[in-house]
Design a protein around this ligand. Sequence first.
Ligand code: ADP
Ligand code: MG
Length: 703
Amino acid sequence: MKNSLLQTPIEYLKGIGPQRGQLIRKHLGIHNFNDLLHHFPFRYIDRSRIYKVKDISEQSQYVQLVGRIHHISVVGEKRNKRLTARFSDDTGSIELIWFQSVDWILKNLRPNEYYLIFGKPQRFKNSFSIPHPELELFSDRSPSSLQGKGLQPVYSSTETLRKQYLDTKGIQKLVQQLIEQLTEKDLPEFLPEKLIQSQNLIKRFDAFKNIHFPANETLLQQARQRLKFEELFLLQLKFLIQKNLRQKRSQGIVFPAIGKFFNTFYEHHLPFQLTGAQKRVLKEIRRDTLSGRQMNRLLQGDVGSGKTIVAFLAMLMAIDNGYQACLVAPTEILARQHYETISAMAAPLGIYVALLTGSTRPAERKMILSNLRNGAFHIAVGTHAILEDKVIFKNLGLAVIDEQHRFGVAQRAKIWQKNIQTPHVLVMTATPIPRTLAMTIYGDLDVSVLDELPPGRKPVKTVHRIEADRERVFNFIKREIANGRQAYIVYPVIEENEESDLRSLMEGYEAVTRWFPLPDYAVSIIHGRLHPADKEYEMQRFVRGETDIMVATTVIEVGVNVPNASVMVIENAERFGLAQLHQLRGRVGRGAEQSYCILMTKDKLSSTAQMRINAMCRTNDGFVIAEQDLKLRGPGELEGTRQSGDIALKLADLAQDSDLVFAANKEAKNLLEQDPELELPENLMLRNYLLSLADQSPWAKIS
Ligand code: ADP
Ligand code: MG
């Protein structure tokens, strides 16, 4: 059902031609008419409204005023020459100013006549002025013609395009031309009538017209609402269809028995009482693995909420039923740590655990591979190395992926192929993500939440400090070390091969060793450029308490567990995102002692950096932090979503449109429950539309 008009290459739109067409393709990613139609304005200017001078404030965008111009004067010479004038209405006056075409404007300005002016006020010291306003003699127009102007779209453009007359006005003209050519046939309605009714949506054709050229504010809102809903609904539909397909294709492995391993561990070796949340999630996993459908579950839990033990107990369910399990971690350090925790818990049960990473020696690797293939090893813990094709399991029943945000969908898909029967998959996030985001990027997963921390944890105390406090901070660390504690000092090496970052890390390290000299203190250092074996060696020294301070980059960000560490100093904290700060803070507060997180920043912070620091000082709750992060940065920038590429929302905003996300999810579920294959006549248009999306279609490819 490809619409031929909308598929027309952009060059063929009147007034574009090959040369400008190339530019538009390159700079705006617009290749055909349909792309141009989807190049939405990012802002509108209201030209139907007339403001008063007294309404102008710091927040004012473009304003339109009616009044008289007087006190015209030219000041300065040559390049500094400018024209100024006062502009007054019945509420006050403001300065108008021109830096260009001064002579021409001077000649044409008519003092004391009424003008309609339009421009963006700027604040200079204590007063406002409008540079280069658009002017129109008010007597030339009838008041009614003002209404027709309505909201004007503003489009994004680039410097190069502007030189080719493709500024916002130029693009506006192109879009206008395109829309004039279109009829309802080109943009047929595909949402079922019932849905349109229940969501109170306007028609697709009207929505496109009004999002570009809104007749009024109400229609603009309705157009945005309609197109946002459509965007979110199609995404949810796609996820749910894929999920249905996958469940139909792959019979889920059933774990009928809770057997010897699980019961023995639960009754005799459980190191602590499980929290209510841990028990609830285990029940959810149990239900999934009994259902006959393949489990794809996302386990969300704040740092320290105890995800590992949940994963281990789920593995025991698999092993009790004759299956193997694996746990994949994003880094070597983490894999090793998981290996130690899990093999310690598994030892009394007589369960064999293998560690498989990039640095496993060939001979050992060979031995491990053969034991995984013949089923002698029940559990494999490791890095991506586990996902390689050469790693073959006898019968993998459960795969656990820790710290999901470093894994793409493609990697998850590799796991689905690790057994003839698709294994159950449990993915665990490092940091909570807001529900709307989870529904949008992991929409094909069911979600479990560990919303309860194990008892007895003291919340980490978080403070903000600046360079002037350095001595105080280091003396504080000395006191903690004197009490037998350890400290982390983290530097922002964003790119491990960024020389300047590495230099600041090394300088920091030297400063730390001067403050904490041998033989009284021992300092470790870890960064991404170290050889894995050296990293491991330094890590182990810190774990064993042989060093007091760990100077590190964010390689220690996730998962590292040294309960004796009680201080986390984050240098240049303003350079980190909220999720990362929270994750780093999660490295302390893991023991019974009071722990501290010290955010060091430069003196003057941008307002968003200040908000991040404030949020950190205010709350320890990862779910609150995640919501805040989404608000401050927008979903595209959120940790872990950048590389996912799944989320290309043009209009909807996951922070602001959460109601719409939930509504779209609910409607998509309802629709598929009643008509899983979209075969009912009323859903036919929708089915055809999805099919027409080619490689975007949910039926095109199951990744
Ligand atoms: P995360 O969810 O961050 O991966 P972990 O699984 O590493 O958390 O658990 C953090 C710490 O809390 C570990 O030392 C673990 O042994 C401990 N822990 C987990 N669950 C409980 C519980 N129910 N009671 C007491 N301690 C627990
Ligand atoms: Mg963990």
